[in-house]
Design a protein around this ligand. Structure first.
Ligand SMILES: NC(=O)c1ccc[n+]([C@@H]2O[C@H](COP(=O)([O-])OP(=O)(O)OC[C@H]3O[C@@H](n4cnc5c(N)ncnc54)[C@H](OP(=O)(O)O)[C@@H]3O)[C@@H](O)[C@H]2O)c1
Length: 177
């Protein structure tokens, strides 16, 4: 299973803008790119904080073929929200989640963040591709693309594409293993 970290960030690597939701600063072009990329995936993983802010657009009746796994330390408190095969809450490690999705035959998994979750997956060496839209902002504060988990990850650029006039730039990298 191919795991793609999918995110939008400011030029200085922030995926949130001071206290606002993660997509508050993203361009229409990035939102379209996000939707198109997610349609190509049959699984996605995110942290509970990201899920809380994106519940509506990740509603189980949208893209029902997309298996969603939300990482939380307290999955038992989310039992009522669970939809078998479509939306689940898990306290497993990233390695366990990826192994389970792979065993379920999933081919392409989007890692949707946020920073804590991205950090844990990077640390575990589970990410194959990083697909980041750089929006034309400098924020100086906000959630970083990855929390500091003490690893350095070497990348190889696969694609650089301007998504719209004025600048959202899509950067796609393979993770060197
Ligand atoms: N611009 C973008 O592309 C983008 C993308 C994604 C997210 N975002 C934004 O980023 C922000 C969230 O990022 P974040 O880094 O604060 O949080 P996050 O990674 O989305 O989620 C953190 C949560 O994951 C759970 N978690 C953490 N460690 C765990 C562990 N060892 N085992 C099980 N569960 C664990 C905890 O949930 P519990 O508290 O339930 O235990 C924790 O609160 C949001 O504002 C979101 O909108 C932006």
């Amino acid at each position: 299973m191919h795991v793609v970290l999918l995110a939008a960030q400011s030029l200085d690597g922030r995926i949130t803008k001071r206290g606002l939701a993660g997509d508050a600063f993203t361009s229409a072009a990035d939102k379209a790119h996000f939707r198109a990329t997610l349609r190509e995936c049959d699984a996605c993983v995110m942290g509970a904080a990201t899920y809380e802010e994106n519940k509506e657009r990740l509603r189980p009746d949208r893209l029902p073929g997309l298996r969603r796994v939300v990482r939380t330390r307290n999955p038992e408190t989310r039992a009522a929200e669970t939809v078998a095969g479509v939306l689940e809450f898990s306290s497993e490690t990233p390695t366990e989640i990826v192994a389970r999705l792979r065993a379920d035959g999933r081919q392409r998994c989007a890692l949707l963040g946020g920073g804590q979750t991205n950090g844990e997956f990077l640390k575990a060496g589970l990410i194959d591709e990083v697909c980041v839209t750089v929006e034309s902002w400098i924020f100086q504060s906000g959630t970083p693309l990855s929390s500091d988990v003490g690893v350095e990850v070497a990348l190889e650029l696969l694609e650089a594409r301007v998504l719209a006039a004025g600048g959202p730039v899509l950067l796609r990298y393979a993770v060197k293993k």
